[in-house]
Write a protein that binds this ligand. Structure first.
Ligand code: SF4
Length: 484
């Protein structure tokens, strides 16, 4: 059963209520470059996306949304909702509410100690018939939240609830909420906790699902799919953004595959959100260290004979079936999950990640068998890594890029992946800008962050170690830093 949510209209689109889960993306070019934004939005529309977010770092960018909308109308595109992405400045949020269909603010960096600026924004949104997203990000919680709760799903929930209560007290219900993290375990726990907190206070705000800084290619699709599928399978989620370090229109088919896969297939597993979090936290198989799950291809015939293999040969998502089957087992023989796939490429990556990922995320299996035309060990390892139960490669925390990006993010990420592929277990962040990048790269070991056009600042953890170095030297300098 899908969680009940209220319907929130944003201009020509809508989210929540009984509507199908909406897919969305974000432009990656300068928001002042009207023509470039319009080109991207037209491509997104052709791919099936009807909600597009644009970064609005200043009033000028916020005001340019009006020009972008006019150009779109001139191109015959009238059914795409424009969302302004605001960080830091309540003034920019007010300006954005004049031109956008929805405004996203991040409670972690919205400078508003007393909540009065938020009330002002809500008033403006009500006057202008504009929706609001309370977009919490694991990497950029407010200092007072981190002090009290740590950098945790509980802190993310407290942050969201604080802003949601203000919205409710103002009688404003055109609100969507998100709880993103690049760590899939944190992200799923945060959404589940938020739902429990909202249920306790009778709130029905729609959920925007996403895994931040998921990267690109197979790994990016798998990481997003594991986190988003775990929640869609529980009936949670009203809109989805798959965040990839690729062109915006590439995100839409991935998101749509996930949505279509779970349409009408949500299980009642989530019954208790708190219970789901608890079981993931205490299950010894979920610790990622003591019992790292195995690939089918790694097991000897003798080991296989000692396992229980649970095969799924239905048509829809396997996760609900596997959950029931695992719950009905007794004894402690290792459990291997098996499914045969006819798909390949992106279709296989998304489907397999959506099937297996939620089970490994909750520590419910010991082995993975993706039965396909070719050897899919790399895919199986990517799923286990996304669920953080077996680490076999470096983890890349790469932002998708936006109007603030200061270098060729897509090419740089590829180069860094090629040069650092041997650094198993290291978390390497590749972030487009110094304004949000350091905050949002969360728990990365090293960070490669755009500092100025053509220049990069390198981080070890949260500490700057090389400032503003030319981009041509930056990958060598990053490798030197890692010492490997
Ligand atoms: S880190 Fe900077 S460039 Fe990357 S998506 Fe976030 S705001 Fe945009």
């Amino acid at each position: 059963m899908r969680r009940e949510s209220c319907e929130v209209r944003l201009g020509p689109a809508a989210i929540g209520g009984g509507l199908p889960v909406a897919v969305q993306t974000m432009t990656s070019v300068d928001t002042n470059d009207t023509a470039a934004c319009v080109e991207q939005i037209v491509r997104v529309r052709q791919a099936g996306g009807r909600i597009v977010r644009l970064t609005t770092q200043g009033v000028r960018e916020a005001e340019n949304l009006g020009n972008i909308r006019r150009e779109l109308l001139g191109r015959g595109v009238s059914d795409v909702a424009l969302v302004a992405d605001v960080h830091f400045s309540p003034e920019v949020a007010l300006a954005a509410a004049e031109h956008a269909d929805k405004v996203r603010i991040n409670p972690g960096n919205y400078r508003d100690a007393e909540g009065s600026r938020l009330r002002g924004l809500i008033k403006k949104c009500m006057e202008r018939d504009v929706a609001l997203r309370i977009g919490v990000n694991h990497g950029s919680l407010a200092p007072q939240i981190v002090e009290r709760y740590g950098d945790t799903p509980q802190g993310m929930t407290a942050s969201a609830m604080e802003f949601l209560r203000v919205c409710r007290s103002e009688g404003f219900d055109r609100v969507v909420v998100s709880m993103k993290s690049s760590n899939v375990r944190v992200m799923t726990a945060a959404y589940r906790l938020l739902v429990a907190a909202m249920d306790a206070e009778g709130m029905r705000y729609p959920l925007h699902l996403g895994v931040t800084e998921a990267g690109n290619a197979m790994e990016g699709r798998v990481k997003s799919s594991v986190g988003i599928a775990a929640l869609l399978a529980e009936g949670l989620g009203d809109t989805v953004r798959v965040s990839l370090t690729e062109e915006p229109e590439c995100e839409i088919p991935v998101a749509q595959r996930l949505v279509d896969y779970f349409a009408g297939a949500a299980s009642s597993h989530c019954g208790s959100a708190g219970e789901a979090v608890h079981s993931a936290a205490v299950n010894p198989r979920a610790d990622g260290q003591k019992h790292p799950p195995r690939l089918y291809s790694e097991l000897s015939p003798g080991e296989l004979a000692d396992c229980r293999i649970i095969s799924y040969d239905g048509r829809g998502p396997a996760a609900p079936y596997w959950r029931r089957a695992v719950a009905a087992l007794d004894g402690d023989r290792p459990v291997i999950l098996h499914r045969r796939y006819d798909e390949q490429g992106e279709a296989l990556w998304v489907k397999a990640a959506a099937d297996f990922g939620p089970l490994f995320l909750d520590g419910l299996a010991d082995g993975i068998w993706i039965d396909a035309a070719r050897n899919e060990d790399a895919l199986a390892l990517a799923i286990l890594q996304a669920a953080r139960v077996r680490i076999s490669a470096p983890e890349y925390i790469a932002c998708p890029g936006c109007g603030r990006t200061l270098f060729d993010l897509q090419g740089t990420l590829e180069s860094i992946k090629q040069r650092t592929g041997h650094l198993k277990g290291l978390k390497i962040a590749v972030m487009g800008c110094i304004v949000n990048g350091p905050g949002e790269m969360a728990d990365a070991d090293y960070g490669y962050v755009g500092a100025a056009p053509g220049h990069v600042t390198l981080y070890r953890g949260r500490e700057v170690v090389r400032r503003n170095i030319p981009q041509e030297e930056a990958i060598d300098a990053l490798l030197e830093l890692t010492g490997r």
